[in-house]
Design a protein around this ligand. Sequence first.
Ligand code: 7UC
Ligand code: FE
Length: 315
Amino acid sequence: MANPSGRSTLQDQATGAPPNLHLPAGAEFHPPAAGAIGAEFHGLDPRQVDGTLAARIRDLVWDHKLVVFRGVDLSEPEYIAFARALGEPQVYFQPNYHHPRHPEIFVSSNVPMDGRKVGVANTGAYWHTDYQFFPEPLPMTMVRPIEIPSGSRGTSYVDMQRALEELPPDLREFVLGARAIHEAKWRYKIQPSDVDKSITQILEEFGAETPTVSHPAVITHPVNGRRCLYVSRGFTVGFEGLSIEAGRQRLDAILEHVERADLVHTHLWTKGDLLLWDNRQVIHRAGGGASGEASVSYRIGVYDGRPFYADEPRG
Ligand code: 7UC
Ligand code: FE
């Protein structure tokens, strides 16, 4: 695998821990099974993560695509501080998703806070990557479940490097030369201020805020050079150079493979989880909890200091 940084990503054979990973006493690192995504830290308190360890954690997210921290307990400011140790926390572009006191925290919630609606319920319940519909998508996402429904809501992932490898050859050849088109407006969630607006007006207004974008259908990771399929059911609407109908058909043929059960990795939430993933290498989908049950999670987007992909801009 090409590795432009020249860093070793080989793991220490004896312990499973990568070299140069110096953890505080009591903390453990568990790599995923061969070929799987999702490394885990147990007993690592994010408040103890200094700049050196934060850089190694970023490396591990790029290597393993998804990293789960178990047994985490953080206040809102401490959670934001951890995001800041890893990179630049994002402020989500729609303020109705913000935590009332901490705009960096994107709230997915069906539970009122201080008697008021906060954030948006049941977000991201379709395959996507965050900010896929922006010219510069969001590199990393962290999520902490806060209220876990008994039906255990979780988050599912597909490894898009593997999805590309396993595409039938004709589809793979197509995506390697294609640019995919993405739009957010079809996923817009109605707000109180939308009352009395027509659907067309809402689509026009939100469409003006989030104009159609395109990205290579296969992106090259800026750190490890891996190639990943970059399309999703949630935001991708077609391909440049194809009619709407032909693009839709081609997309459906591709997504049938991407969403195959054997490619889906589901993380069921448990109290104290903190999930951190690389949006370049996985798509994700929030699982729906049983209706009527409280479900709350706090997300922070993180800019990791690298471009989203290393491919040539459109020439
Ligand atoms: O409510 C949602 O599903 C949020 C979606 C419109 N955006 C998530 C993101 O960052 O792409
Ligand atoms: Fe999301």
